[in-house]
Design a protein around this ligand. Structure first.
Ligand code: ATP
Ligand code: MG
Length: 312
């Protein structure tokens, strides 16, 4: 198997409030479990877009772990480097949405299997031929062990000629902004492309304007910054260019996972050697198709669906 893209980090199930506006501190109904975890959603989307992907991470030996692994395997993700740990339960995230579009999470991750990825899982021979390694800030935020695992994977892939894509995917619920900046720095300085949302670009730089923040991010190491602007699409920044790429019009049912699938679209487009406008347009289509279904990984589109929207 020729694995071109690998992600490393948390695999978890997501359990979500059935209706908008139900806080997590009162009794009410939930739906799920849905397969989730930003690195898992990313790897799933890459495979469905026709590029062989793999993921390094951990689940518990329980039915939630089984649900995630069966889903990834069925979609074509290589799961040979996912450990099933008998002493830990699979990670869980509870999420609720509010009518202003904001959301709130409760994570059961650092003490669960998600937070117990081992350095032994970072297999040099597995990572050496990889063209892109995708790192998520959410994985760096879990605990120190997860940081070490990610940094080691970055080092191996960089040393063997591969590239790093980085989604800051900041979860201020898990860590302070100062700490987030500090732990992101080693990946920021090594990455080819960074894929922030507007809030993340502002948080990482301390700049209040997201467009200026993206220009500043280029000074931190990445060659390319692609800003994700939700329903408005995306903006590509290189030292010489700024390219605004409009989104596709779709009905938004559940925005979770759009960013991770967008990342997958970018990496697949870069691997095909497309120009950056085409890469961003393709990724916008992947992101737009993701928001149409409830559940973080339920809307992950395949290549035919993306091509259909692009041709539309
Ligand atoms: P998350 O962290 O929840 O996965 P994000 O904040 O990282 O998301 P978004 O900007 O919400 O990322 O979404 C990524 C991309 O998906 C956008 O840049 C856009 O191309 C597409 N997208 C997201 N929401 C919509 C929408 N409502 N309509 C059309 N396209 C969308
Ligand atoms: Mg995101």
């Amino acid at each position: 198997m020729n694995i071109e893209v690998v992600s490393v980090g948390e695999l978890l199930v997501e359990v979500m409030r059935e209706k908008v506006g139900q806080p997590l501190d009162t009794p009410g109904t939930f739906v799920g479990p849905f397969a989730s975890g930003a690195p898992a959603i990313f790897a799933d989307a890459v495979a469905k877009l026709g590029v062989q992907s793999g993921i390094i991470g951990s689940v518990g030996k329980d039915d939630f772990g089984k649900l995630i692994l069966e889903r990834l395997n069925q979609d074509g993700v290589d799961i040979t480097h996912v450990s099933s740990l008998k002493d830990y339960t699979t990670g869980v995230a509870f999420v609720t949405y509010f009518s202003d579009g904001s959301r709130k999470f409760i994570y059961h991750l650092p003490q669960a299997a998600s937070g117990k990825i081992s350095l032994d899982q970072i297999d040099k021979s597995y990572l050496s031929g990889v063209k892109y390694l995708h790192i998520m800030g959410s994985s760096l935020s879990i605990n120190e062990q997860c940081q070490k695992v990610c940094y080691k994977a970055v080092e191996i892939v960089k040393n063997s000629g591969g590239k790093i894509s980085f989604d800051p995917n900041l979860r201020p619920e898990l860590l302070s902004v100062e700490k987030i900046r500090q732990i992101c720095q080693p990946v920021l300085s090594s990455c080819e492309v960074i894929l922030p949302s507007e809030d993340e670009a502002k948080m990482l730089t301390g700049n209040k304007d997201s467009l200026t923040a993206c220009k500043e991010l280029l000074n931190f190491g990445p060659k390319i910054v692609i800003l994700k602007c939700g329903a408005r699409g995306s903006v590509v920044f290189t030292p010489n260019e700024k390219i605004e790429v409009p989104s596709f019009k779709v009905k938004e049912v559940d925005p979770t996972g759009a960013g991770d699938c967008f990342d997958a679209g970018v990496v697949v487009g870069m691997l095909r050697g497309w120009d950056l406008r085409r890469v961003a347009k393709f990724a916008n289509a992947v992101g737009a198709l993701t928001v149409g279904k409830k559940g973080p990984m339920e809307g992950t589109p395949n290549l035919d669906q993306v091509n259909h929207l692009l041709a539309g």
